[in-house]
Design a protein around this ligand. Structure first.
Ligand SMILES: NC(=O)c1ccc[n+]([C@@H]2O[C@H](COP(=O)([O-])OP(=O)(O)OC[C@H]3O[C@@H](n4cnc5c(N)ncnc54)[C@H](O)[C@@H]3O)[C@@H](O)[C@H]2O)c1
Ligand SMILES: C[N+](C)(C)CCCC=O
Length: 555
């Protein structure tokens, strides 16, 4: 650890102006290679950086980091913001402290054009490589992520607010995803079909071209990996737009791909909000849009993509049911309910926030779940013992607290939490923390039971019979995930078959193996991420028909 946390603890009022480049580059800024992009004449300064070996800073402290480096990335390097026609920068906050971490410069039409051109240029090379060749480069990217796991996880924590414990898992899932699709790249193949008279036909699995990825803020690095890994494995290039609230780690992924040896411009990052995202969706040079975010934005993405008949993948929100039968292991069910509600401060799309509990075990369930929820350690997300960090922003925190207030007004009982959490640590006093909340006496009509809260709020609802709970669980426009706790195997399969959701967790919740497809039913979206099926969403099939004889014509 070249600069340790103790430096800051000794001088708590000082801000260590550590640059992100200091974390990941091998040279000083003056030594940095600065080139103009050969792919697109950007007229902007492209800064090519390389990741540091493990002797560099392994961690930064909460409340110390300031990032100065450009966050846009194309033509193989970070791109300095334009001096003319620049859009005003937007502050990016560190959720645990409320401090400004960096400034994000949104991309306008000119920058989006450059990024798309950069991707188009790289696509020409990448799409002509064999799957094995592509897979080898991706394996190297996965290896670098493993090597830089701690640095990337720290960055994720500082930018997103989740605990370091969880961020490490997110980074692991990201490299596993890239490794998985690296393996699949070499297996991509068409089909050969014999036709009459010695003629034959075959299919070619071809890439789509430049794919756009648009991400949400809850899993910034993981979402960038989930979209880029299958896209790149299939031979596509990508322009990725992270959420404006979490712009930091997608750029690190871009640097890692570059260091691993992808062609310059293969994976690009453009920063910005709705305007930048719209420019990407409407760009005629973009072949596909993969979106993760809310339902209302997903609808707009689909509308915009329709203009050029672009295929879309939509990973949207949810209000998933978790159904706990009285024949379950109560201890596992309580742990499952916590996993289903309080990971990443409850900011998880597939969370099982409608917890249906069979009436005869309602009381012991509530007693245990409240006891364990009260024991969740909230605090500095970079501390090892912390299990709940800060929510993403002050407006989002206020919104989540508003849902709790409204639930009380509508008759729910707050059994624990649901309050702003103020840490004794002075540096966290302006952070966006709240205590995890369990609501009882909920009914299906309450807002807290119907709407996605995207915060640490669990609504508990009693039920009596299997038929009744199935009907209530499916009575929603969402369909992302579902969960069942029972020891009855037949019932488990019956429920899994009848629940209208893209995933059903049985006697667990929020497990996320990269081998398994993830995605929604109903308004939670369509298309899938992870698993072999995702190849279908990032490639197209061409049929080639070969006549070996003469052409028989009726004319
Ligand atoms: N199903 C999944 O895999 C999944 C995963 C994570 C989050 N989510 C969902 O995401 C939501 C929370 O994330 P959020 O608040 O960032 O969502 P959001 O819809 O506000 O934004 C998502 C992304 O879309 C961009 N965007 C916003 N308006 C746009 C427009 N008009 N055109 C193009 N891009 C636009 C944003 O800048 C951001 O990058 C929740 O509903 C959650 O359930 C779903
Ligand atoms: C990795 N999890 C926990 C399954 C979350 C997937 C992304 C949803 O927000």
């Amino acid at each position: 650890m070249a600069i340790s946390c103790s430096v800051d603890r000794d001088t708590p009022s000082s801000i260590m102006a550590i640059s992100l480049f200091a974390l990941i580059r091998t040279s000083t800024p003056s030594e940095m290679l600065q080139q103009s992009c050969s792919a697109a004449q950007t007229g902007l300064e492209i800064l090519r950086t390389r990741l540091l070996p493990s002797t560099v800073i392994r961690s930064a402290c909460t409340g110390t980091l300031q990032l100065k480096e450009p966050l846009n990335f194309w033509c193989g390097g970070r791109v300095k913001p334009s001096t003319k026609d620049a859009r005003p920068s937007e502050p990016v906050y560190e959720p645990a402290t409320g401090r400004v971490l960096c400034e994000m410069f949104p991309c306008g039409p000119a920058e989006v054009e450059q990024a798309v051109q950069s991707a188009q240029s790289a696509f020409k090379t990448w799409s002509q490589m064999s799957g094995m060749e592509r897979g080898r480069v991706m394996l190297e990217a996965a290896r670098i992520i493993r090597e830089q796991r701690e640095e990337i996880a720290n960055m994720e924590v500082i930018n997103n607010g989740k605990s370091i414990f969880e961020a490490r898992i997110d980074i692991d899932i990201a490299w596993q995803c890239i490794e998985y699709y690296a393996g699949i790249a070499g297996t991509l193949a068409g089909q050969h079909v014999q036709l009459p008279g010695g003629s034959f036909a075959y299919t070619r699995r071809e890439p789509l071209g430049v794919c756009v990825g648009i991400g949400a803020w809850n899993y910034p690095f993981q979402i960038a990996a989930w979209k880029s890994a299958p896209a790149l494995a299939c031979g596509n290039a990508m322009v990725f737009k992270p959420s404006p609230m979490t712009p930091v780690t997608a750029v690190i992924l871009a640097e890692i791909y570059a260091q691993a040896g992808v062609p310059e411009g293969l994976f690009n990052v453009v920063q910005g909000s709705a305007e930048t995202g719209s420019l990407l969706c409407l760009h005629p040079g973009v072949a596909k849009v993969s979106f993760t975010g809310s339902v209302p934005t997903g609808i707009k993405i689909m509308e915009m993509s329709a203009k050029h008949v672009k295929p879309v993948t939509l990973e949207l929100g949810g209000k998933s049911p978790l159904i706990i039968f009285s024949d379950c292991s109560l201890e596992n069910a309580v742990n499952g309910a916590l996993m289903a509600n309080f990971l990443s401060q409850g900011e998880v799309c597939c969370n099982g926030t409608r917890v249906f509990v069979q009436r005869d075990i309602l009381e012991p369930f509530l007693e245990e779940v409240v006891k364990k929820t009260r024991g969740i350690k909230i605090g500095d997300p970079l501390q090892e013992g912390t299990r709940m960090g800060a929510l993403i922003s002050k407006p989002h925190l206020d919104r989540v607290l508003g849902f709790v207030r409204q639930a009380k007004q509508q008759g729910a009982t707050v059994l624990c939490g649901g309050e702003p959490y103020v840490s004794e640590d002075p540096k966290l006093k302006s952070g966006y923390f709240m205590s995890p909340c369990v609501l009882s006496n909920c009914t299906d009509e309450m807002t807290c039971v119907k709407e996605e809260i995207f915060g640490p709020v669990m609504s508990v609802l009693p039920f009596d019979t299997e038929e009744e709970v199935l009907q209530r669980a499916n009575n929603t426009t969402f369909g992302l995930a579902s969960g069942v706790f029972t020891r009855d195997v037949s019932r488990a399969h019956r429920m899994a078959a009848k629940l209208q959701a893209g995933t059903c967790f049985v006697n667990t919740y929020n497990a996320s193996p990269v081998e398994m497809p993830f995605g929604g039913y109903k308004m939670s979206g369509f298309g899938r991420e992870n698993g072999t099926v995702t190849v279908e969403y990032y490639s197209q099939l061409k049929t080639v028909i070969m006549e070996m004889g003469d052409v028989e014509s009726p004319f």
